[in-house]
Design a protein around this ligand. Structure first.
Ligand code: URA
Length: 269
């Protein structure tokens, strides 16, 4: 699906096109599915040398034919001895089509080694641009929520910090839900991520994260109940984007935050 386009309405780039023709061409691209301008000048990719044609959106790697991308992801992830190697292994992993439509690989933010690790769904537009998870509106709410229980992503010490990543490191086109195949292919990386970050508690945020990490959907039923992710206590919570759409659910989110705080303070789950 086409999700990005190069501005064609800029007069300097197409001096002989009148405004009506330019608007009609723009409308046509929008109908094809374009959602975002990525450059000022048009680039004819049919004329570009083959290797350079996709360089702007999908650096370097071309996927060789492969029998089992999930097995390859598992091997690449499990071979990473630390977080930087894991990031490099993800950047080199060629088999997920999502990477072609994304600007950046969004790996993580916050403090590795923090007691709490939050796992969200996938980068949105702001995250794709900045290369960091949860920096848009949902991310701002998330920061407020965790600050309220004394945790910050940029805290100076591990006990008051959190660490944050997503199931998917690349933004899906138009923020669509990832397919089960995409989740299965990227799961080895997020599992290794949890193992290497080694938090005391994992917080899967939203349905996609629960589906990936717990193998279960139904966040309304799962939230606020203690589960296990790779042998670590896990507390599923509503996704902040859901809370923005359903402010009434903030009450239950507050309950879950207090539950998390109590567990950190040594309370029983
Ligand atoms: N929603 C997510 O799940 N992750 C992000 O990084 C941003 C929004």
């Amino acid at each position: 699906m086409v999700t990005r386009f190069t501005s064609i309405v800029r007069r300097f780039s197409l001096p002989r096109m009148d405004t009506h023709a330019a608007l009609a061409a723009l409308q046509w691209q929008i109908e094809l599915g374009a959602t975002e301008v990525i450059a000022d000048k048009p680039l004819n990719r049919f004329n570009a040398p083959k290797a350079a044609a996709h360089a702007a959106v999908a650096p370097a790697t071309t996927a060789p034919a492969l029998a089992d991308p999930v097995a390859e992801a598992r091997h690449a992830a499990d071979s990473a001895p630390d977080l930087e190697s894991l990031r490099a292994a993800m950047a080199a992993f060629p088999h997920c089509e999502l990477r072609k439509g994304a600007r950046t690989l969004v790996f993580a933010d916050g403090m590795p080694g923090a007691r709490v690790m939050i796992v969200g769904e996938a980068p949105g537009r702001d995250e794709d641009r900045q290369g960091l998870p949860f920096v848009g509106r949902a991310g701002q709410l998330l920061d407020q929520m965790f600050t309220a229980i004394g945790l910050k992503r940029h805290a100076e010490e591990a006990p008051t910090a959190f660490y944050i990543t997503n199931v998917l490191p690349w933004r899906p086109p138009e923020n669509r839900d990832p397919t089960p195949e995409e989740i299965a292919m990227l799961l080895p990386f997020v599992q290794r991520h949890v193992a290497l970050a080694a938090p005391d508690i994992v917080v899967p945020m939203g349905n996609i994260s629960c589906q990936a990490l717990l193998g279960q959907k139904g966040i309304t039923r799962l939230r606020g109940t203690w589960r296990e992710v790779l042998g670590r206590p896990a507390l599923p919570m509503f996704h902040p984007a859901y809370l923005l759409r359903n402010p009434a659910a903030k009450r239950t989110a507050w309950h879950d935050l207090l539950e998390l705080r109590s567990k950190l303070d040594g309370g029983t789950a």
